[in-house]
Ligand binder design. Structure first.
Ligand SMILES: O=C(O)c1cc(=O)[nH]c(=O)n1[C@@H]1O[C@H](COP(=O)(O)O)[C@@H](O)[C@H]1O
Length: 229
């Protein structure tokens, strides 16, 4: 599977397809998030897959166990490789998600969001979480593994610790990826593709540095090259 997912966060569906035109003859791996899915629904996912792209459907489900179970039974009917849920929903919710995803023909990998890459220590404090960031992410990753998930989403900075606390085959997907000198936007815990690779990340997600670039193909190749170095 491709290691770099391009996050398709656009305001309009037409904008997204204009961007995808750059990759017509070169299928890539893309991440469809809430905004795109709420805008265009399952048909968009099917069309991307029909065009040969690998799809990571990032809806970050977080609700009572039964509702998440039912949501996953629907997602398991879509041609996607990865879906996400929030680990903060707890073990029972995560186990329900795993039961639900196994009901359909596709059975994508399920990854748990730990602490978002936009979150910093002050955010945790404001939520009444007094643990250091690394400890909070580590315990959520261990809970995700105990619940049967395939891996977690975290910043690059926690990957080494997660792999040690879980196992080397427990997947780590890392957003918040920026090359040195790029603007961070709303991300707090950023790192470059090569830092992600060195830390042991299995996949990276890159959005605006590629989708908003003047030359998206050049930007995509630059991020991919840095990951491979
Ligand atoms: O689940 C995600 O993909 C995700 C988790 C997280 O902790 N932080 C995070 O930025 N993301 C997603 O990764 C993408 C990052 O986009 P850029 O900041 O534009 O590279 C967005 O689509 C976010 O929704």
């Amino acid at each position: 599977m491709d290691k770099l997912f391009v996050a398709l966060d656009f305001k309009q569906e037409a904008e997204m397809w204009s961007f995808m035109d750059y990759f017509k003859s070169q299928p890539i791996a893309v991440k469809v998030g809430m905004s795109q899915f709420y805008l265009s629904g399952p048909d968009l996912v099917k069309r991307l897959a029909d065009d040969g792209h690998r799809v990571f459907l990032d809806l970050k489900s977080h609700d009572i166990p039964n509702t998440v179970y039912l949501a996953m039974t629907q997602l398991s009917k879509l041609p996607v490789d990865i879906v996400t849920i929030h680990t903060l929903g707890g073990q029972e919710m995560m186990e329900a998600a795993m039961d639900g995803i196994q009901t359909g023909p596709y059975q994508p990998k399920v990854l748990g969001i730990t602490q978002l890459t936009s979150t910093n220590q002050a955010t945790l404090h404001s939520l009444g979480i007094e643990l250091p960031m690394e400890a909070s992410v580590r315990s959520l990753a261990q809970l995700a593994q105990a619940s049967g998930l395939d891996g977690v989403v975290s910043s690059v900075h926690e990957v080494t610790d997660i792999k040690k606390a879980t196992s080397s085959d427990f997947l780590c997907l890392t957003p918040g990826i920026r090359m040195a000198g790029s603007q961070a936007d709303d991300q707090s815990r950023t790192a470059s593709p090569s830092q992600a690779r060195q830390a042991g990340a299995d996949y990276i997600v890159v959005g605006r540095p590629i989708t908003q670039a003047e030359d998206p193909i050049k930007a995509y190749n630059r991020y991919l090259q840095d990951w491979r170095n």
